[in-house]
Ligand binder design. Structure first.
Ligand SMILES: [Zn+2]
Length: 375
């Protein structure tokens, strides 16, 4: 289902090394990419988050959408060589501590991978949870400080309509946004939208929260957070991208959920290949909760993710993450539709209001006349 251009962008993003607080290669790719896009301008806030503004005058949009994704993935950041072949590295993000020792890793140094193996870990309690804090890693050659390290998993491969890689979460989300942005930029639609690429989500949304405090996203925007979220029995891969009504911590803004649903439903009528799901994805917490907390009208869209955070639960080991390509391709179409739609976001739920009013008027008389005896 993927055209060659979409596949290129997706594979590029899934190949670039990244880790929390070491997202600069993804950011550089985005900056380069946006330079080629007509009617798109880019700014970086003081926290290093990247905001893109698509604006083609001709159609005023009172409440433009801001689609956001995070640029990091759980991983290592090199600290210092403490022996000829021994590296101390920080670990950032959540992966069960018992999966580290003995597992192969690699660090991206200048333009090549340096391989290694975890020898020992130190844990620390942060934000109420025991996490891996640092790791001692035997490496094949010296690694300078501040390099991103990831599990030793190959570059992306496609198999059975899925793509397997070092990390989909959330660079697949970033890739979907870029693909949608390029389609808008090459198309003729007028209007306005924002796209935000955040840093350091995996330690707990600190890039997104900084974006809120800095006022990076204009206050009148309706915020749609893009994620890959752990596949659930009721939210399988291949059944379409998911309108996320909430996460582990929070229920999202009902008006935004209603608007996302209305746009997706219209899209499904025009495009028979488009399908979507509407689910509570409570396998994890996402930036939409932070955006809601800071007063934005926000909700989420995600694709179901296999081997969430590289954990193969059946075999209890580190493994490639994977997503379904049709889910991802349909998510891109949905983003384009959110920008092109004529249905303005109004902060309410017009469809529900009309339906309820219709029900009331249909049955008002019957309700009244049947109070004391059957109608
Ligand atoms: Zn994520």
């Amino acid at each position: 289902m993927l055209d060659s251009r979409s596949r290129r962008i997706l594979h590029d993003l899934l190949t670039i090394p990244t880790a929390p607080f070491a997202e600069h290669r993804i950011i550089a790719y985005i900056e380069n990419f946006v330079r080629q896009c007509r009617d798109c301008s880019l700014t970086r806030d003081d926290a290093g988050n990247v905001l893109v503004h698509f604006h083609r005058p001709g159609r005023a949009v009172a409440r433009p959408v801001c689609i956001t994704a995070h640029t990091d993935h759980p991983g290592f950041v090199s600290d210092a060589m403490i022996g000829r072949k021994r590296l101390r590295a920080f670990w950032r993000g959540w992966v069960p501590p018992e999966l580290f020792v003995g597992t192969k890793v690699k660090f991206f140094v200048e333009d090549r991978w340096v391989r290694g193996q975890v020898k020992s870990i130190k844990t620390a309690v942060k934000a109420g949870r025991k996490r891996v804090d640092t790791a001692m890693i035997d490496v094949e050659s010296p690694v300078p400080p501040r390099c991103a390290g990831m599990w030793d998993i190959p570059d992306p491969v496609e198999k059975h309509d899925r793509v397997y890689c070092r990390g989909c979460d959330d660079v697949a989300g970033c890739a979907a946004i870029l693909t949608a942005m390029e389609r808008l930029s090459r198309g003729t639609s007028e209007g306005e939208a924002y796209f935000l690429f955040t840093r350091a989500e995996e330690v707990g949304f600190v890039g997104a929260m900084a974006a809120c405090r800095l006022g990076t996203i204009p206050r009148h925007c309706v915020v749609v957070n893009v994620e890959t979220s752990s596949e659930l029995p009721h939210a399988p891969q291949g059944a379409g991208p998911i309108l996320r009504v909430g996460d582990k911590a929070n229920i999202f803004n009902p008006s935004v959920v209603a608007w996302l649903q209305a746009v997706a439903t219209q899209l499904g009528k025009r495009d028979r290949k488009f399908q979507f799901q509407r689910k509570l994805m409570d396998g994890g917490t996402c930036e939409a909760s932070a955006f809601c907390h800071f007063g934005y009208d926000a909700a989420g869209v995600c694709v179901a993710l296999g081997n969430y955070h590289n954990v193969d639960r059946k075999r209890n080991r580190i493994a490639p993450e994977y997503i379904h390509l049709d889910d991802w391709a349909n998510m891109v179409k949905w983003f384009v539709a959110l920008v092109e739609t004529e249905q303005a976001y109004d902060g309410g739920n017009l469809e529900l209001a009309q339906w309820l009013a219709d029900l009331e008027s249909t049955y008002a008389e019957l309700l009244r006349t049947s109070v004391n005896e059957p109608a």
